[in-house]
Design a protein around this ligand. Structure first.
Ligand code: FAD
Length: 455
């Protein structure tokens, strides 16, 4: 009897506890991916995410094929599709790695119950977070709402387990179940094909993810602490889409980075700062676990009193398309459109500009990022938007309004980032700033007084 491995946000063979478990069981392995656009509450993927998913699935299918394991693609509500495939192949069981969003957990619980009722094995494993969200709690037995003590508690917890190698002895069934065609899912854009920039920036898939991790730890991590804030340096790991899609696990990254620290004293500081950034990813997921509506509701409820003006659709459009007349903002929005990512500091600058200078609700920015980021992450994206807007967990104080011009002077002193992504800035025909930075900052602070008074 075969065991089905249900792949979701974990498109890799190495350090995949569910796949390892299935390989250890008697019988062949069948891999399954479900495109679930039907289960209630599951957030539809954005355009850039769909592009990544297509290529990452193609790469996973190739890697599995080398072991004669079929990747079965099915579309529909997972609570229909998964038990149906299990019946079809009379599976011994279905195994998967855990997800932490509320709608996903509800689906997984329902599937588990149905499989067990049918007498099949159903089991889930920890794979995409270093620490299970219910294990890291304050002395008062509550979830943390501040990052620094959260990360200290994580560092005091038992060290994350070592990663598992890709399983040996993996094999597929003689007869392969029917699979839908990846191309028929139409995850890629057709007309217009806006993905040219993504194709030149990225090669999705586990092999290239591992190469990138190795190169980053060999060449860049020593200088990470200083270089990570520079817009004009490629000083960061660029691993975020790899983590989003699980082409790498955080356990692999944790242990590879710790090894670099052991091997090279010069890497120690960079590795610690880098791991603390992984800590922000953990924190965002733990916060989402305890506040599942993070993408739609203010985490600090008193921000509900914030007097957002009516949406200025023209201003939102200018921001989305990088026509605000503020060079570093426009550069960031172009980088995002062309490559599917944006430098972290510029993400903070454009988010502050949208929510504070344009007084546009953070949800509009979050949705645009959700559609255009290849690393669009159900926890990190809303968490960081709320962090910048001031409504989030451990958020930047509201009165911290990033000044885009000062940020550019400090972190892009020669203007290399701006000339790369907004070469039109300063040239004839470049728009005047759509708002006055000083005046809008004052207006934002006045609006915030309402939140303060309501608290
Ligand atoms: P590195 O500096 O190399 O960091 C290593 C890893 O740590 C990253 O790959 C990422 O997984 C994690 N990380 C770093 N910073 C953060 C952070 N602030 N929050 C959570 N995890 C972090 N990151 C996403 O992965 N997906 C998102 O949808 C996302 N949306 C964001 C929206 C806004 C408004 C802001 C300000 C930040 C957002 N981030 C998001 C966080 C951060 O900008 C990216 O993780 C980072 O730029 C990715 O580049 P890197 O892999 O080179 O990062």
């Amino acid at each position: 009897q075969p065991t089905i491995v249900w792949f979701r946000d974990d498109l890799r063979l190495a350090d995949h506890p569910a796949l390892r478990e299935a390989t250890a069981a008697d019988g062949p392995v069948i891999a399954l991916f479900v495109l679930d656009e039907e289960s209630p509450g599951i957030r539809p993927l954005g355009g850039a995410a769909r592009w990544w998913l297509h290529h990452s699935l193609a790469s996973l299918a190739d890697d599995l094929r080398a072991h004669r394991v079929p990747l079965v693609l099915r579309r529909g509500a997972a609570s229909d599709v998964v038990p149906a495939l299990a019946d079809e192949v009379d599976a011994a069981g279905v195994v998967w790695n855990r997800r932490y969003g509320r709608p996903e957990r509800e689906v997984d619980t329902a599937v588990k119950r149905m499989l067990r009722e049918a007498g099949r094995r159903a089991e889930s494993f920890a794979a995409s977070l270093l620490f299970e969200p219910w294990t890291i709690r304050t002395g008062q037995d509550e979830p943390f709402s501040v990052y620094t003590p959260f990360w200290k508690a994580c560092r005091r917890a038992p060290e994350p387990r070592a990663p598992f190698p890709a399983p040996r002895g993996l094999s597929g069934p003689r007869a392969h179940p029917d699979s839908e065609e990846l191309d028929e899912w139409e995850l890629l854009p057709t007309a217009p094909d806006w993905a040219g920039g993504l194709r030149s920036a990225w090669t999705p898939g586990e092999a290239s993810a591992r190469r990138r991790l190795r190169a980053f730890l060999a060449d860049d991590v020593d200088d990470y602490a200083e270089a990570r804030d520079r817009l004009d340096a490629d000083g960061t790991s660029r691993l975020s889409p790899r983590l989003r899609w699980g082409e790498l696990s955080p356990f692999q990254i944790w242990h590879a980075a710790s090894e670099a620290r052991r091997d090279r004293p010069s890497a120690a500081h960079g590795v610690d700062v880098f791991l603390s950034e992984l800590g922000w990813r953990e924190f965002a997921w733990h916060v989402l676990f305890h506040a599942p509506d993070l993408a739609t509701e203010n985490w600090r409820r008193r921000f509900d009193a914030f007097p957002w003006p009516d949406l200025d659709a023209d201003a939102l459009d200018a921001w989305q398309h990088g026509r605000t007349g503020i060079p570093v903002v426009d550069a960031g929005m172009h980088e995002l459109w062309q490559t599917g990512v944006m430098h972290n500091r510029v993400r903070m600058v454009v988010a502050s500009f949208l929510t504070k200078n344009l007084l546009i609700h953070w949800r509009h920015g979050e949705e645009w990022f959700w559609d255009t980021l290849v690393d669009a992450d159900a926890a990190a994206n809303p968490f960081n938007w709320q962090w910048v807007a001031g409504s989030g967990a451990d958020a930047a104080p509201y009165f911290r309004v990033f000044n885009p011009e000062l940020q550019a002077t400090k972190f892009d002193p020669d203007g290399a980032y701006v000339s790369r992504w907004a070469p039109e800035a300063g040239a004839f025909g470049y728009p005047e700033p759509i708002v006055d930075l000083k005046e809008t900052r004052a207006a934002a602070l006045a609006a915030f007084e309402r939140v303060k008074r309501s608290g």
